[in-house]
Design a protein around this ligand. Structure first.
Ligand SMILES: *[C@@H]1O[C@H](CO)[C@@H](O)[C@H](O)[C@H]1NC(C)=O
Ligand SMILES: *[C@@H]1O[C@H](CO)[C@@H](O)[C@H](O)[C@H]1NC(C)=O
Ligand SMILES: *[C@@H]1O[C@H](CO)[C@@H](O)[C@H](O)[C@H]1NC(C)=O
Ligand SMILES: *[C@@H]1O[C@H](CO)[C@@H](O)[C@H](O)[C@H]1NC(C)=O
Ligand SMILES: *[C@@H]1O[C@H](CO)[C@@H](O)[C@H](O)[C@H]1NC(C)=O
Ligand SMILES: *[C@@H]1O[C@H](CO)[C@@H](O)[C@H](O)[C@H]1NC(C)=O
Ligand SMILES: *[C@@H]1O[C@H](CO)[C@@H](O)[C@H](O)[C@H]1NC(C)=O
Ligand SMILES: *[C@@H]1O[C@H](CO)[C@@H](O)[C@H](O)[C@H]1NC(C)=O
Ligand SMILES: *[C@@H]1O[C@H](CO)[C@@H](O)[C@H](O)[C@H]1NC(C)=O
Ligand SMILES: *[C@@H]1O[C@H](CO)[C@@H](O)[C@H](O)[C@H]1NC(C)=O
Ligand SMILES: *[C@@H]1O[C@H](CO)[C@@H](O)[C@H](O)[C@H]1NC(C)=O
Ligand SMILES: *[C@@H]1O[C@H](CO)[C@@H](O)[C@H](O)[C@H]1NC(C)=O
Length: 626
């Protein structure tokens, strides 16, 4: 998904300038009912829902994260994102960030010969041309582009730019695109977001020289389905000017799915933002199991041809086979990277142990991924963006690795889902493998160490909802909790927490066995939804299975472990290191800060709940108004 300026101009921006409307004001009284927010002054809501600890530009919209890399000469990790072209910031610890340019100005802008119209996602070869970080990105010359319409030849090509001035500028090379068109005779639905990688197993299977660079390009084929196209750097050309097409590395039938049971969404009609990397149980390992993260587009939105509000942010892992001489990916498990409907366009990169962040924390080689949380539902909502002056955020960085769980050998484990059976032990125990994902260790630790206030709420057997003895005073905190269930057959049972709650608003986060889902009920989360359009309060929901697990004297239902981060309007819910659902909660009232147990239809056992308030200021170098 790419924010493309004119197409997604929110109606609010037009209304705010209408001279017939009442004079704009900055009256923001959070103790009484909200006005229609489109009547407020520009930037008057700048702080209202702004996260502190998350990654977002100084102002304006953020689009897809992309173009991350560790600069070999400084060890700093560069986090990139689409924003008036593409912009970025550096970090030495994944906790605080420094803008590369003042006011988050871009390091590359559209407007060259190859990219009249737009710069879309790309990825960086750390030691590229002359040993300098080199960007392979999608250069766009025609819009609109969408899988629902005919593809305009030449609209998306792949071009190079080279870092100067420590990555504050990526200078475009003075030649045409290095991948000037989709493969001959392929009627594509999209052809973008090149993701470069090296992989010794690919070298062996494809008989390439060691250290060859590859790229996958995301897209699909009209009438057939979504696809990832594989290319190889030709003969180790040190200028990366020649790339050889090696076939469709992965394709799926249009609108098909890994499983109709809903563990992994739908493959859709067009893939976007595909990343390819290899993991083991510690993190990144080029020799490990091959994983892909990718976006799938599938809703049909005829009114706004370029945007689609039904998307999936998926992952898959698998093995390889050769078909007609082409290397092809065969998934063995797949799932959602985040079940939130606004969470999309994940982009990750190998973060070496030798990077500054790795050295300070002692972390091994990691694969760090950032997701985008769109603030206006991919441009389809009339969110009061002018009043807020910014739109969207990235979610907290996640560490990805292969996770293993020992479970009871029963039908729950054998279903085709977002896991695979890794091994079958003789004592009735199975080891399942899945994608493990955790908030990166540094922010997780910083939120605890830098808390301005931390509280502990004791748990116990609880059968009805009640507010905690002490709730946070602000809307910036992290909480951890666990819930144990004694039955999976009570379809009425819902158990979890209320957050951002008070006399006027409340948001409930709960698990239910009836459809094995974790839900964020936003239906009463924002008083603003009654006065202002563009404040979406639909529920979020994701399939998540708690397995039966062996215990010392029998078996029990796996404990649900939750880590919830509330940061202004951003809410991230992480469960058992393998599930996440993130969304916006636009609570209005100042007193909507209560946290409580939420239980309906039965009884569960809560463990101790810890709350760390305050989080961190991820942008200490910015002239903040707060
Ligand atoms: C408010 O923002 C709109 C849209 O960005 C702009 O056209 C208008 O000039 C701004 N108004 C003021 C008073 O700055
Ligand atoms: C509203 O607040 C913004 C940001 O603080 C400020 O730039 C603007 O001048 C204010 N507008 C009015 C009408 O007070
Ligand atoms: C980067 O530098 C080149 C060459 O000086 C210049 O043409 C280009 O505008 C710069 N890009 C940005 C985003 O400032
Ligand atoms: C490509 O697909 C589009 C959309 O289905 C179709 O209109 C067009 O005729 C196709 N072009 C070719 C050359 O098959
Ligand atoms: C390439 O790497 C593999 C595995 O690391 C090694 O066995 C092989 O000898 C290397 N080949 C060359 C030509 O360097
Ligand atoms: C894709 O499949 C889903 C589930 O069967 C269906 O609801 C949807 O309408 C299909 N989309 C299109 C565009 O055919
Ligand atoms: C946000 O504020 C900046 C600085 O005042 C202004 O240049 C920009 O146009 C505003 N953008 C939006 C989307 O309101
Ligand atoms: C910490 O939170 C508790 C409960 O809200 C409150 O009583 C206490 O004053 C807070 N302490 C600080 C330092 O904010
Ligand atoms: C809010 O105000 C705008 C502009 O006056 C108007 O178009 C819109 O209908 C109002 N929204 C509601 C929910 O009343
Ligand atoms: C099994 O052990 C747990 C403690 O580990 C205990 O609470 C439970 O009562 C035991 N169950 C049985 C059936 O002995
Ligand atoms: C849940 O958290 C507890 C305490 O941190 C830990 O001992 C347990 O292993 C965790 N369980 C799962 C399934 O992650
Ligand atoms: C953490 O707290 C320390 C001490 O109060 C402070 O110096 C530091 O800036 C804080 N770090 C962040 C990331 O907020």
């Amino acid at each position: 998904m790419k924010i493309t300026g004119p197409i997604v101009l929110p109606a609010a921006a037009v209304l705010a300038t209408n001279p017939l409307l009442p004079r704009q004001s900055n009256v923001t009284d959070y103790n009484s009912a909200p006005p229609n927010l489109t009547t407020l002054g520009n930037a008057s809501l700048f702080e209202t829902w702004r996260p502190r600890a998350h990654f977002l530009p100084a102002y304006g919209s953020i689009g897809d994260p992309c173009m991350h890399y560790t600069d070999p000469s400084t060890g700093l990790f560069h986090v990139g994102y689409l924003h008036e072209g593409a912009s970025g910031a550096t970090t030495s610890d994944l906790v605080t960030y420094t803008d590369l340019n003042p006011n988050s100005e871009p390091f590359i802008r559209a407007g060259g010969i190859n990219d009249h119209v737009a710069v879309f996602d790309g990825s960086v070869i750390e030691k590229g041309i002359n040993g300098t970080p080199t960007l392979l990105y999608t250069s766009v010359n025609y819009l609109p582009i969408q899988w629902t319409i005919r593809y305009t030849k030449g609209s998306e090509t792949q071009s190079l730019a080279v870092a100067t001035d420590g990555g504050r500028n990526f200078t475009k090379l003075e030649h045409g695109p290095v991948i000037p068109s989709p493969p001959f005779a392929y009627n594509v639905t999209g052809f973008r977001d090149p993701y470069v990688f090296q992989n010794p197993n690919f070298d062996q299977m494809l008989e390439s020289s060691n250290g060859t660079w590859y790229t996958i390009i995301s897209g699909g084929i009209h009438g057939e389905g979504p696809s990832l196209f594989l290319y190889r750097q030709y003969e180790q050309d040190p200028y990366f000017e020649n790339w050889e097409f090696l076939g469709q590395w992965w394709s799926e039938e249009a609108n098909s799915t890994w499983t109709e049971a809903g563990w992994a969404g739908r493959w859709g009609f067009n893939f976007e933002v595909g990343n390819l990397f290899a993991l083991d149980s510690n993190g990144y390992n080029a020799e490990g199991e091959v994983f892909v993260t990718l976006g799938a587009e599938w809703s049909y939105k005829p009114i706004v041809p370029q945007v689609s509000d039904n998307r999936e942010m998926l992952w898959a892992a698998g093995s390889h086979k050769f078909v007609d001489g082409n290397l092809q990916f065969v998934p063995s498990m797949a799932g959602r990277l985040d079940a939130g409907r606004s969470a999309y366009a994940a982009a990750g990169k190998h973060l070496p142990a030798s990077s500054q962040a790795g050295q300070s924390s002692g972390a091994p080689d990691r694969f760090i991924s950032y997701l985008w949380l769109t603030g206006d539902f991919y441009g389809t909502l009339d969110f009061p963006t002018t009043q807020q002056n910014w739109s969207g955020s990235l979610l907290l960085p996640r560490e990805l690795s292969v996770g293993y769980i020992n479970v009871v050998d029963n039908a729950l484990a054998w279903e085709k889902g977002s896991w695979r059976v890794d091994s079958q032990n003789d004592n009735g125990i199975l080891t399942l493998a899945t994608l493990r994902q955790q908030i990166a260790r540094e922010p997780l630790a910083a939120f605890q160490q830098n808390a301005t206030n931390s509280t502990t709420q004791s748990g116990g057997s609880i059968s009805s909802s009640r507010t905690f003895d002490r709730s946070p005073r602000s809307k910036h905190y992290m909480m951890t909790a666990s819930i144990s269930f004694t039955t999976r057959t009570n379809d009425d049972l819902k158990a979890g927490f209320s957050i951002l709650s008070g006399p006027n608003e409340n948001t409930n986060i709960y698990y239910q066995f009836s459809n094995e889902s974790l839900i964020i009920d936003r239906s009463n989360s924002s008083a603003v939804s009654a006065t202002t359009s563009g404040i979406n309060t639909d529920n979020e929901s994701g399939k998540f299975r708690l397995f039966d697990v062996p215990t010392a004297n029998g078996t029990s239902i796996e404990t649900l472990n939750l880590t919830i981060v509330v940061d202004g309007g951003v809410v991230e819910v992480h469960a058992n290191d393998r599930f996440a659902v993130s969304t916006w909660v636009w609570s209005w009232y100042e007193d909507s800060t209560d946290v409580g147990f939420f239980v309906e239809g039965g009884e569960v056992e809560f463990g101790e709940v810890k709350i760390w308030e305050g989080l961190v200021d991820a942008w200490p170098g910015r002239n903040s108004t707060s």
